[in-house]
Design a protein around this ligand. Sequence first.
Ligand SMILES: [Zn+2]
Ligand SMILES: [Zn+2]
Length: 177
Amino acid sequence: MGTGYMLRCRKCRYEISANLGIGFRFPLAYQETMEAARTGTFGKTIKHFLEDHPDGALNIDEVFLQCPECGALKAGPDLSMYIRNPDVQRKEQGRWSVALPFEDADYVSPMELEQDRSYVYYAPGQICEKCGKPLKSITEIDLMKNDIASGHNTGQTVLSCPECKESLWVDGIIMWD
Ligand SMILES: [Zn+2]
Ligand SMILES: [Zn+2]
């Protein structure tokens, strides 16, 4: 389940492809990613974050990641870190129920992290290895939005070629099931 995007530079022929989104695999993918994060697969910062915040969450959406400084481009999980909102927690302690909409679930979706007040953004998860700048996440929705906004499906993306800085274009979409 997911959608594969092939992006290409029309000037230098650079290309990159990635499978974006998680779909129905989400609960399992979340567990796997959190386990990997706790054992240090994604680096010390995230490992320490989860040690300090055992109820913290990560955005595991599969995205394109680009450095705003040097243009380095890769695909992978977003990994932005979120902590439980202390205001929401404080309020809940005085109530009968502390149930959150997704309290029974053992995963948190990227949408819940962004829209639900139970979590607040803490820090970026992916840093450019060269410049140390937080990488900018381009989600599947960003790619589609851009396409629709262009009005005529040009396929031009908001990403730029890491080699020559020209625009990257959607050259192919593969649906998996
Ligand atoms: Zn190029
Ligand atoms: Zn960089």
